[in-house]
Design a protein around this ligand. Structure first.
Ligand SMILES: [Zn+2]
Length: 231
C-alpha cells in the first residue's frame, strides 16, 4: 500500500518564525540541539515521502503520455505542473524552518534584547529606574509594541502602565500577580477592577465592599505586579 508520512515536528521551536525577540532571546543552545535532532528525523522522512512522489509523477507521465501522446498540449501541461508546482509533500515540509536559520534568529534576538539595557541606560534617566524601564520595555515588546515606533525609553513606563491597565479592564490578567490585604467581609484579596480603575488603579474584592489602591510594576517575561499601596 502506497503512503506518505507527512511527518510533523512537535518541538516548540517549529514556531520560531512567529516568536517575539523576547521569547527567542531565551532559547538555549540545548533547545536548538534538540530541534536539530528532530529536524534530522524530519529530513529522513521527507526524503522517503519524496521518493513516493517521484514514483507517482513518473507513473502519471507515462499514463498521460499514453493517453494523449507525448507532445500533445495536455501532456505538456501536466509536465509543466509536475516540474513547477509544489505537491502535497513539498507543501507540507516547506512549513518547517531549518535549524541554521533558527540559530541566526536566536542570535539576533539575544543581541537586540541585550541592547535594550544599553538604550535605556544611555538616555540620562536615573540609575535606579533603569531596570524598571527595561522591564516595561520587555512587557511592551511582549504585547507586540515596537521600540522606537510605538514607544521610547522615556515613555516606556507610562505606556506600559497604560497598556497593562487596559488589560486589567479587559480581563486579560493571565500574567498578573496581585497582592493585597483580604477583605473583612468576603475574606478575598483584591481581584476586580473598579469602574474608575484606569484613573485610580483601584481594585476591589469579590464582594465589592473593599477597595484597594494598587501600585503597578513589571517583572521578567512580561509579568505585571499589582501590589496594594502600603502592603
Ligand atoms: Zn469583600
Amino acid at each position: 500500500m502506497r503512503e506518505i508520512k507527512l511527518y510533523k515536528l512537535e518541538h516548540f521551536l517549529k514556531d520560531a518564525p512567529s516568536m517575539s525577540d523576547l521569547v527567542l532571546s531565551e532559547v538555549s543552545q540545548s533547545d536548538i540541539d534538540d530541534y536539530s535532532e528532530e529536524f534530522q528525523e524530519l529530513t529522513k522522512q521527507m526524503s522517503l515521502d519524496d521518493d513516493v512522489m517521484r514514483e507517482c509523477a513518473s507513473t502519471m507521465r507515462e499514463e498521460v503520455n499514453f493517453y494523449w501522446g507525448d507532445y500533445e498540449k495536455q501532456s505538456k501541461y501536466i509536465e509543466r505542473m509536475l516540474r513547477n508546482e509544489p505537491n502535497r509533500v513539498s507543501d507540507h515540509y516547506s512549513q518547517y524552518t531549518n535549524p541554521r536559520t533558527i540559530t541566526r534568529s536566536v542570535e539576533r534576538a539575544k543581541e537586540k534584547v541585550s541592547n535594550l539595557g544599553v538604550v535605556s541606560a544611555t538616555t540620562g534617566i536615573g540609575e535606579k529606574s533603569v531596570e524598571d524601564i527595561d522591564l516595561a520595555i520587555l512587557f511592551l515588546m511582549n504585547e507586540g509594541f515596537v521600540f522606537g515606533t510605538d514607544f521610547n525609553a522615556h515613555n516606556a513606563v507610562d505606556i506600559a502602565k497604560a497598556k497593562a491597565s487596559e488589560n486589567v479592564v479587559e480581563g486579560k490578567m493571565d500574567n498578573f500577580e496581585i497582592s493585597s490585604r483580604a477583605c473583612e467581609e468576603c475574606h478575598k484579596i483584591a481581584s476586580q477592577p473598579t469602574s474608575g480603575f484606569l484613573k485610580s488603579r483601584e481594585l476591589m474584592c469579590e464582594c465589592g465592599s473593599e477597595h484597594f489602591e494598587m501600585k503597578m510594576s513589571f517583572g521578567n517575561e512580561g509579568k505585571v505586579f499589582l501590589k496594594e499601596v502600603g502592603e
